[in-house]
Ligand binder design. Structure first.
Ligand code: DOR
Ligand code: ZN
Length: 347
């Protein structure tokens, strides 16, 4: 088959995004809105988004940060704490504010200090979500310092997620940013109520890249990139077209100064290059015919939403994207993710 020179698919959605707030929101939101019609907005602000009224006003700030002609819909999530109130979860869902709730194990990652310390603490909230058909989005890593950082996802699946699925047999769950072959196998074995998102960066490089020629803070995120066999499993899952895997960039901007320092933040800002990098991966795997399923169909189906009607076209042409974007008002910038290997897809 000749290599295609362009590809047209339904407009995609991003099922895992950090947009932040204030000047950072104003700098970053447009980049997600240029590529995606809808996005699941992560609630790990400081303080976290735990109340319906906070999510509704955050949604307004996001809408204001995006140029109107881009037609972008933020889908809001509730940050679960040990004190998560089942009534607040239900009310937000009924009022059309919450689309899902996010589980951060306490101290697992950026701004997760208010996260959940034990699944028992949120059992009533999860029961309410189960009844209401509200998905639970999971940062799937144990926080136990004795567990090796590269094993934290696999251990979480055994110790936390498998028992959780048993305890809440009707709860829909997304294992966010899958990074391991165990994560892929878990999603595949769990039936249609479990989905998994996969990021462009975890498809693009393995853990060696973090230390190539020196330490590379802009490739550091959580869950951390794993070894090549895991990356291969992710590429196979994403490009298979299987319904349970869908696009979630986990774009997570931090200003350069907070990454290029002695204790750099976790998070990769990939919004300006996300679809280009995914297209590159699918082309390399000879699976461009499955890009639309992953990017534009599987996510809406999981969330019970209609796919977008609008189409986008991408061309086989070298990626053009800035090295960094400025954040207004503080002389700060955010470095844009660029894989080490060439990206030959563009808008
Ligand atoms: O690398 C990450 N950055 N992983 C997360 O789970 C959170 C995110 C952030 O908010 O910066
Ligand atoms: Zn995230």
């Amino acid at each position: 088959m000749p290599i295609p020179t362009s590809i047209t698919i339904r407009r995609p959605d991003d099922w895992h995004v950090h947009l932040r707030d204030g000047p950072m929101l104003n700098a970053c939101a447009v980049h997600t809105a240029r590529q995606f019609a809808r996005a699941i907005i992560m609630p790990n602000l400081v303080p976290p988004v735990t109340k319906v009224v906070e999510a509704a006003s955050y949604r307004e700030r996001i809408r204001r940060a995006v140029p109107a002609e881009l037609e972008f819909e933020p889908l809001m999530t509730c940050y679960l704490t040990d004190d998560a109130d089942p009534a607040e979860l239900l009310r937000g869902k009924q009022e059309g504010v919450w689309v899902a709730a996010k589980l951060y194990p306490a101290h697992a990652t950026t701004n997760s200090a208010h996260g959940v310390t034990s699944m028992d603490r949120i059992a009533r909230g999860l029961e309410a979500m189960e009844k209401a058909g509200m998905p639970l989005l999971v940062h799937g890593e144990v926080t136990d310092a004795e567990v090796d950082i590269f094993d934290r996802e696999a251990v979480f699946l055994d110790k936390v997620l498998a028992p959780l699925l048993k305890r809440h047999p009707g709860l829909k769950i997304v294992l966010e940013h899958v990074t391991t072959k165990e994560g892929v196998a878990f999603v595949e074995a769990s039936g249609p109520r479990v989905g998994g998102t996969i990021t462009p960066h975890h498809l693009s490089y393995n853990r060696n890249a973090l230390f190539k020629g020196g330490i590379r803070p802009h490739l550091y995120c959580l869950p951390i990139a794993k070894s090549e066999e895991h990356r291969r499993a992710l590429r196979r899952a994403a490009t298979s077209g299987a319904e349970r895997f869908f696009l979630g960039t986990d774009t997570a901007p931090h200003t350069a100064d907070t990454k290029e320092c002695a204790c750099g933040c976790a998070g990769i800002f990939n919004a300006p290059v996300a679809m280009q990098v995914y297209a590159q991966v699918f082309a390399e795997e000879d699976a461009l015919d499955c890009l639309e399923a992953f990017a534009s169909l599987n996510g809406p189906r999981f969330y019970g939403l209609a796919p977008n009607e609008e189409r986008i076209t991408m061309r086989a042409a070298p990626l053009q994207a800035p090295e960094r974007i400025d954040v207004p008002g503080g002389n700060k910038s955010v470095v844009v993710f660029h894989p080490d290997t060439p990206v030959g897809w563009s808008f």
